[in-house]
Design a binder for this molecule. Structure first.
Ligand code: FAD
Length: 364
């Protein structure tokens, strides 16, 4: 079967790409192939749901630029998709004298990154924070927000299908190869049969480096890092998020509070190595996680916490070394790929999609 455009992967990137493509070219035939029986079943449905402000990333990196742009674009997109977005802001807190300097450096970096709505904490806020966490110093980021990724996915699917879009679950892409003859530029082989297309968008998240191998692209490998969340079975401070000073390796941002729009409080995500892409929760990690929570937050008993869910960060390595940025490639004509779309990928998604559409030359 020949379809002009095929998108691989039904997470936020694949679905939003489809949504924006339909807006630009309403008559263009496109299909999305998703391996799972749910959309958003991998990283998109298993994260903190935070719209990041762009504090942490190296100046000028894609993570920095697209996070700032994506954070801004979500205002309009959330209205279009009819999803709630709460601009609750977040405090970044130093919990000991040792962390004071790192906090000050992060504040300066955030200013250099031109993060909007940054400010120092007021005396009243400081007094409030001291009730909930070990407190030495802090600053506030006002453009940080929360939304519900599952609501975003549900509404994207509804809107794409209502415009006649074709979303195929339970279709795992095994290989994508360039064609030298016959109709179309690529042959997409799945566990349900073969498709031909002129344009292929690889938005397969943690499996994107595997999917590109049939095109002779072998320069990136996957590096997965699991992050688990604890649910708190009581109420806690939830006017704004509270984040610690991040660890130097930035494998994660440190165990922080997160809350969904129903007000359920979680702590997480931690970082643990992950050889297989599977979402089991490991009781053995609980002790380390509890210690990380106790270092920053006050009044939390072990018995008030229960393991909730985990997600897998789709990091990538090049030449055996961690590649620190997003990678948007189009090394073959008609082929676009998203690699290393870990955090802040949810925030950056609208900007990642814009950037991808700019790179690909699609005609309606
Ligand atoms: C623990 C954790 C916390 C995070 N917190 C935040 C946060 O607070 N804010 C933020 O901005 N970002 C956050 N992120 C990052 C964010 O979740 C991701 O960047 C984003 O969801 C990536 O979307 P995606 O569409 O690229 O990937 P995914 O959501 O993983 O989607 C890829 C899709 O491709 C499908 N697929 C895979 N292989 C194949 C195949 N062979 N054939 C067909 N389909 C395939 C998968 O089933 C999946 O549905 C977090 C991530 C994690 C893991």
């Amino acid at each position: 079967m020949h379809i002009p455009v095929i998108i691989g992967g039904g997470g936020i990137i694949g679905l939003l790409f489809y949504y924006e493509l339909q807006k630009k070219f309403p008559a263009l035939d496109c299909a999305l192939l998703e391996s799972s029986s749910f959309f958003g079943d991998m990283a998109t449905g298993r994260n903190s749901g935070v719209l990041h402000a762009g504090l942490y990333y190296p100046e000028g990196s894609l993570k920095h630029q697209l996070c700032l742009e994506g954070n801004r674009l979500w205002d309009e997109l959330s209205l279009e998709l009819e999803v709630s977005l709460k601009r609750c802001g977040k405090f970044i807190v130093a919990s000991s004298e040792d962390e004071r300097e790192a906090l000050a450096e992060l504040y300066q970096k955030a200013k250099r990154n031109k993060v909007p709505l940054l400010r120092e904490t007021t005396k009243e806020e400081e007094d409030e924070l001291k009730k909930w966490c070990s407190y030495t110093d802090s600053f506030f980021s006002g453009s940080t927000g929360v939304l519900s990724p599952s609501e975003v996915i549900k509404n994207l699917v509804r809107k794409i299908e209502s415009r006649g879009g074709i979303l195929m679950k339970n279709h795992r892409i095994e290989r994508v190869q360039e064609l030298s003859e016959g109709e179309g530029r690529f042959l997409v082989s799945t566990d349900q049969g073969e498709f031909r297309c002129d344009t292929f968008v690889n938005a397969c998240g943690g499996f994107a480096p595997e999917v590109r191998k049939g095109l002779g692209l072998n320069d990136f490998e996957s590096y997965w890092v699991k992050g688990s969340y604890f649910k708190l079975n009581k109420s806690f401070y939830n006017d704004s998020l509270i984040y610690p000073v991040p660890p130097k390796d930035l494998l994660g941002l440190g165990v922080h509070t997160s809350f969904d729009l129903d007000g359920i409080i979680r702590f997480g995500p931690d970082t643990s190595s992950c050889e297989e892409y599977e979402h089991s929760l490991n009781e053995e990690n609980m002790e380390g996680m509890f210690q990380a929570i106790q270092k920053v937050f006050k009044g939390i008993e072990r018995s008030e916490l229960s393991l909730d869910y985990c997600g897998i960060r789709a990091k990538i390595k090049r030449d055996g070394k961690l590649y620190p940025d997003f990678f948007i490639g189009n090394q073959r004509e008609g082929y676009l790929e998203y690699l290393g779309i870990e955090s802040p990928g949810l925030t950056s998604a609208p900007a990642l999609v814009r950037e991808g559409l700019r790179k690909l030359e699609i005609r309606g």
